[in-house]
Ligand binder design. Structure first.
Ligand SMILES: *Cc1c(COP(=O)(O)O)cnc(C)c1O
Length: 366
């Protein structure tokens, strides 16, 4: 087999070797058809089987209750920034948002075009280094929904607990979460949420697919006419096939779901991910050279931002990493420094290769 790098890309990101090998093995001849899965109709019985198996396995992984629909859409999480307020809120209505970083900001800005937005809490004044504690949130009495970004991919801030809206006294406010960068990294209590969405290219599949999990009663309630493609009810009724869906990413997502089941499911993934995160944050915290700006309680198990003691050494650190087969460690252009994305497909071995290199670099440059 050809060489595989240790890939710390934030997205599109690493996929499991076993998944890529399976896709390769059946690429030219899928299911005895003598054609690839990319080359057949989305309405063929072979592809319908792929689509249904993927959904069934996702339902098993997350124990999704029957009163939730699963949609396999296009347009990325970015289109959901508009779809969510268009379907769940509207002119004259208010939606609450928690602002924990760059992706929250984008979601808030887009939602403001379709409804009125109340930023119920923000950690902006602290440079987005934490999740504001729930007691301090100023929620609206009649919000259409409350939106959180479960994992800020750029800032490395993650919700480790989600609000229980009923316990907070807001049982009528559905909780909506952008889970693009931590979807399927841990088990979830789906019933806490009204809607979950995730662009697939971080932790699930190649780019081109967006997964939406939406509670039945939240569909078909829009107060203005919607483009059919953006209407959750239309998409649910059509089995996400109002038009041609992203068949190849959908198939790849299905292979990843099978792989996750083989690993033991999301409880097992959570334990594996926690160990990787502990290894990397431990290496940062136990050094005098590396630093992570996020408060320990809200650090992401998926995206780990860190800085070097001397930013002039960033280029040398990155080129040394590349020589050792470690890719895509450069921090987002908006924050600088380094960022290691350690999604499901990134192994403990890859993380230890990184921490070994970090220790070596500190010895020679610290
Ligand atoms: C990447 C990302 C997005 C944007 O996803 P697209 O699929 O590129 O639209 C939105 N939210 C979060 C948290 C992300 O990580």
């Amino acid at each position: 087999m050809s060489k595989r790098s240790f890939n710390f890309s934030a997205g599109p990101a690493a996929l499991p070797d076993a998944v890529l090998e399976k896709a390769r093995d059946e690429l030219l001849d899928f299911d005895g058809l003598g054609a690839s899965v990319m080359e057949i109709s989305h309405r063929s019985k072979q592809f319908i089987a792929v689509a249904e198996r993927a959904e069934a396995n996702l339902r098993t992984l997350l124990s999704i209750p029957d009163n939730y629909r699963v949609l396999f859409l296009q347009g990325g999480a970015t289109l959901q920034f508009a779809s969510v307020p268009m379907n769940l809120s509207g002119p004259g209505k208010t939606a609450d948002y928690i602002d924990t970083g760059a992706w929250s900001v984008k979601a808030i800005k887009e939602a403001g075009k379709f409804c009125s937005v109340n930023v119920a809490a923000s950690s902006k004044a602290d440079n987005y280094n934490h999740v504001p504690v729930m007691d301090t949130w100023s929620l609206s009495k009649d919000a259409s929904y409350l939106h959180v970004c479960s994992n800020e991919t750029i800032g490395g801030v993650q919700f480790h607990d989600f609000p229980d809206m009923a316990a907070l006294g807001y049982s009528d406010t559905p909780l909506v979460a952008d889970m693009s960068s931590d979807f399927l990294s841990r088990p979830l209590d789906i019933e806490k949420f009204g809607l979950i969405y995730a662009g697939a290219q971080k932790n699930v599949a190649p780019a081109g697919l967006t997964i939406v999990i939406v509670r039945d009663d939240l569909m078909g309630q829009a107060s203005v006419p919607l483009p059919a493609m953006l209407d959750y009810k239309v998409q649910a009724d059509a089995g996400s096939m109002s038009n041609t869906p992203a068949t190849f990413p959908w198939y790849m997502a299905g292979l990843v779901f099978e792989w996750l089941l083989d690993q033991g499911g999301l409880g097992a993934m959570q334990a594996i991910n926690a160990k990787k995160a502990a290894t990397l944050y431990g290496a940062i915290d136990n050094s005098n050279f590396y630093r992570c700006p996020v408060v320990p309680e809200n650090r992401s198990a998926m995206n780990v931002p860190f800085t070097l003691g001397n930013a002039d050494l960033d280029g040398e650190f990155l080129s040394g990493a590349a020589e050792r087969g470690m890719l895509n460690l450069k921090g987002h252009r908006s924050v600088g420094g380094m960022r290691a994305s350690i999604y499901n497909a990134v192994s403990q071995t890859a993380v230890e290769a990184l921490t070994d290199y970090m220790a070596e670099f500190e010895r020679s440059h610290g």
